[in-house]
Structures are given as structure tokens and as C-alpha cells.
Design a binder for this molecule. Structure first.
Ligand SMILES: NC(=O)c1ccc[n+]([C@@H]2O[C@H](COP(=O)([O-])OP(=O)(O)OC[C@H]3O[C@@H](n4cnc5c(N)ncnc54)[C@H](OP(=O)(O)O)[C@@H]3O)[C@@H](O)[C@H]2O)c1
Length: 299
């Protein structure tokens, strides 16, 4: 019996990865690392053992990793000490004798000089630490999540249009659920040792393609409007985001406009054994959920 532990089990992608693992393995073989077990009660209710640990407390990780064969390291939040957190987890995995670590850096295009604050440097650091640790690894490289596309587009995208800085680059975003299913395939499969997968969704779309999809879905013209970087940041601040988060989102939009995540590798489809959710399918679901909740809120 091989034990698989997923860190960040109280968060979106860690929880989804464990749910997808339940389709492939009995709960008795699955574990989740959490800081606060109360935040993952529903996983415990399904028979998954929760172990308490904090990336910033290496001794807690060493205890949590005892008896674990395969480990999914969920990246920690930006704007925290990600290097120390990931170094502790990687070092503890090596000391605990874990057989295989799976880690999720953001995709970096070969030869590109594009860099994102709080992301690129920390990802490179973590990948290097894993490779030099001697652990068997798989890098499941992530594109932007489709689930977080709405904050990039702005809450009033349907009324005011897709208002982003100019650029015609394309991006292959993917849903967290599809990425989690790919994680589960790697964590339970074979032949993934010391490999990297570039998990872009398909087809890749530009922001003007997104405006066209929204227009087609709503039957109303949703214009694509190029705005300045500062106007983009100001609009996000007006929606209630702190300036540093607004600038962080701008960095992602700039990457998308440069086509940093436009590669169509087929890796995600191969791991899923089916086509991943498209941007159009995702936006259709998101729009109908938005309409249902507006309807529910209507007096
Ligand atoms: N590709 C993209 O577009 C994209 C978008 C957003 C984020 N990301 C990256 O992907 C990661 C996962 O995404 P997500 O949506 O699942 O994020 P999330 O819901 O915020 O989950 C992050 C998880 O990390 C855990 N964590 C944070 N600090 C920790 C610590 N010191 N020790 C142990 N656990 C800690 C959190 O635990 P608590 O519940 O205790 O806080 C939570 O379970 C993010 O952290 C971020 O690095 C990527």
C-alpha cells in the first residue's frame, strides 16, 4: 500500500487533488497536510487522514511526512516567504525518505525573459532545490487558472467590456479541477519520474477572443477595449483590491498579452485522457452561475 500526501489540503487545488485521488485510490492511502484541520473537515469525513503541519515549521513537516511515499507540494501564497516555506517542505521530504515529489511551478516559456514578482524567482528556486535534493520529482507546470479569470477581466466585464492593456498574445488557461485531475494521474501513475509537463488548456485565447466569446454567449456586444496599465490598475483598486494585488494581476495580464502561456503541448489532455475544459465552456458555466445568483438575490 502506497501513501500519497497532498499539502495545502485546505485550499482549492489541494482539496481538489485529494478529491480526484479518491477516484483512483482508497481513502486509507490518502493524506492531507493542513495548518488547521477544521478547514478540511469534509476530507476527513471521507476517510482521508489529516496531518497538521506548517511550511514554516520544518519539524512539523518531518512528523507529517512520516510513512509517506508520494508527496504533492502545493505552492504557498504569493507575498509570503515562499522560498523558506518550499525549502522546508523539500528538505523535510528528502529527510523523510519520500519516494516521489510533485510540484506545481507556473509555466515559463523557454528563452523568455518574462518574470513575475513573487512567482518566477521563487519557482526557479524551488525547482532547483528539488533537483539538487536528489528526490525523484515531477513538475506539473501550471498556466493561469480559468477559475481566476474573472478578477483579471473585472466585475463589470459584461457591461463595460473586456478592458485590459493592449496585446494580442494567446493563453491556454486551465481549470483547477482539470489540473487537480492531472495531479492525481501523476501521483498514482508510473513513467512520470523526473519529467516536466506543461499543462496548458486548449484552445489558447486572447483577450479579444474572450470578448468575442462573451458577446456570442450573451447575444450582446461585449467590446474589447485596450486601456493603459495605470487605468487597468486603477479599475481593480476601484473594485476593492489593494494596489499590490492590482499590480500583481497586471503582471499576469502582461504575460498573457505576450503569449507566455500559449504553448499547446497536449500534456494536460494526455494526462486526463480527454480534452480539458475550454475557456468557452468555463465562461458559459460561470455566466450561468452568475445569472442564477443574481436571480436568487433579486427581490
Ligand atoms: N496558476 C494560477 O493562475 C494561480 C492562481 C492563484 C494561485 N496560484 C498558486 O497556486 C497555489 C494553489 O492555489 P489555490 O487556489 O489552491 O490556493 P489556496 O486556495 O490559497 O490554497 C493555498 C494552500 O496553501 C496552504 N498554505 C499556505 N501557507 C501555508 C503554510 N505556511 N504551511 C502550510 N500550508 C500553507 C493554505 O493553507 P491555509 O488554508 O491554512 O491558509 C492553503 O491550503 C497558490 O498558493 C499559488 O501559489 C496559481
Amino acid at each position: 500500500m502506497s501513501k500519497v500526501l497532498v499539502t495545502g489540503a485546505s485550499g482549492h487545488i489541494g482539496r481538489l487533488t485529494l478529491e480526484k485521488l479518491l477516484d483512483r485510490r482508497p481513502a486509507s492511502e490518502l493524506l492531507g497536510l493542513v495548518r488547521d484541520p477544521a478547514k478540511a473537515r469534509e476530507l476527513a469525513a471521507r476517510g482521508i487522514e489529516l496531518r497538521q503541519g506548517d511550511y514554516l515549521d520544518k519539524a512539523s513537516l518531518l512528523r507529517a511526512f512520516e510513512g509517506v511515499d508520494r508527496l504533492m507540494l502545493t505552492s504557498t501564497h504569493a507575498f509570503t516567504d515562499r522560498k523558506t516555506a518550499h525549502a522546508n517542505a523539500i528538505d523535510a521530504a528528502a529527510e523523510a525518505g519520500i519516494g516521489h515529489i510533485v510540484y506545481m511551478p507556473i509555466i515559463r516559456k523557454e528563452g523568455s525573459d518574462f518574470s513575475m514578482r513573487q512567482v518566477t524567482e521563487e519557482d526557479i528556486f524551488s525547482e532547483q532545490r528539488i533537483v539538487s535534493s536528489g528526490l525523484t520529482y515531477t513538475f506539473v507546470k501550471h498556466p493561469p487558472f480559468l477559475d481566476t479569470m474573472t478578477p483579471f477581466l473585472g466585475v463589470a466585464m459584461l457591461e463595460k467590456g473586456v478592458r485590459v492593456p493592449a496585446g494580442d498574445g494567446k493563453t491556454g488557461p486551465a481549470t483547477r479541477a482539470d489540473l487537480a485531475e492531472a495531479h492525481a494521474a501523476v501521483l498514482t501513475g508510473s513513467g512520470h519520474e523526473n519529467k516536466s509537463y506543461v499543462l496548458t488548456g486548449s484552445p489558447a485565447v486572447s483577450f479579444s477572443d474572450i470578448a468575442a466569446i462573451l458577446s456570442q454567449m450573451t447575444g450582446e456586444t461585449v467590446p474589447y477595449v485596450a486601456v493603459s496599465d495605470q487605468d487597468y490598475v486603477d479599475a481593480r483598486i476601484a473594485e476593492g483590491l489593494p494596489e499590490f494585488v492590482a499590480r500583481f494581476l497586471l503582471g499576469w495580464v502582461q504575460g498573457m498579452n505576450r503569449g507566455e502561456w500559449d504553448q499547446q503541448t497536449g500534456d494536460l489532455e494526455a494526462l486526463l485522457g480527454r480534452a480539458p475544459t475550454t475557456t468557452e465552456q468555463y465562461l458559459r458555466q460561470a455566466l450561468s452561475a452568475m445569472r442564477r445568483s443574481r436571480h436568487a438575490l433579486a427581490p
